[in-house]
Write a new protein. Structure first.
Length: 236
């Protein structure tokens, strides 16, 4: 399925013809398969797995196995996750302080929350939240598989955390977005993309950040992420 013309035009304007051409070529290739090991489970990577450079526990696989039928997955020994999402580890290490309370605000299905739990000190409280209840149940299941006592799973909108003024040392907001980062993995997402959708997402992101900011401790860290290239949803 063809990439949206408006997307191609903006990337060309932003990156230039050469770099935009490389991006379009990359989006036409198959997405690599990557997993992240649970450091508490003591499982070793496959012999032919390649390390993800920015992750201490992430690995690329040469082929995609039938994950659904693997008991090790259901036992929480590893999590199937895009390698780009594992970059949170580098962001966390750059913070340079030891947090006591962390909020993962838009957490389902749980990939980033399981990573946060693996990175954080054992005595740190992780509140992992998903506003949509059907998705929150998936989040709860994956966090239970990963296993850790200092996790609180909630299903609330960002405004409901606002009264907790200055409570969290770190707030991670992996916000809903127009999803250009899915163009490679899910070609159907190209047909769902629209410039109107970008505007809606940007407004929603601003609202999420405005409410989340109130619950952040003075001097704390707000880690904002999404999977789109749009300036309106990133730098904007």
């Amino acid at each position: 399925m063809k990439l949206p013309d408006a997307f191609i035009d903006e990337m060309t304007s932003t990156l230039g013809d050469s770099e935009a051409g490389k991006l379009m070529a990359a989006l036409a290739t198959d997405a690599p398969v990557s997993v992240r090991l649970n450091p508490k489970r003591g499982v070793r990577p496959a012999a032919d797995a390649r390390s993800v450079p920015w992750s201490s526990t992430g690995y690329y696989l040469n082929a995609r196995p039938a994950f659904t039928f693997d008991p090790l997955l259901h036992a929480g020994t590893y999590y199937v996750q895009e390698a780009a999402s594992m970059f949170i580890e580098q962001a966390f290490r750059a913070i340079g302080t030891t947090p006591q309370r962390v909020l993962d605000l838009c957490a389902a299905p749980g990939g980033k929350s399981t990573l946060w739990r693996a990175l954080l000190p054992d005595d740190c409280l992780l509140v992992t939240n998903e506003p949509i209840r059907t998705r929150a149940s998936i989040l709860a299941e994956n966090m239970q598989k990963w296993g850790h006592p200092n996790v609180c799973i909630t299903s609330a909108y960002p405004s409901e955390f606002a009264p907790m003024c200055g409570f969290f040392d770190i707030i991670a907001a992996d916000v809903p977005c127009s999803g250009e980062g899915m163009f490679r993995k899910d070609p159907a997402s190209r047909a769902e993309w629209s410039e109107g959708g970008v505007r809606v997402c940007a407004a929603r992101q601003e609202e999420i950040l405005r409410e989340a900011w109130r619950a952040l401790k003075p001097g704390g860290t707000l880690l904002y992420s999404n999977f789109t290239f749009k300036r309106d949803e990133d730098e904007g």
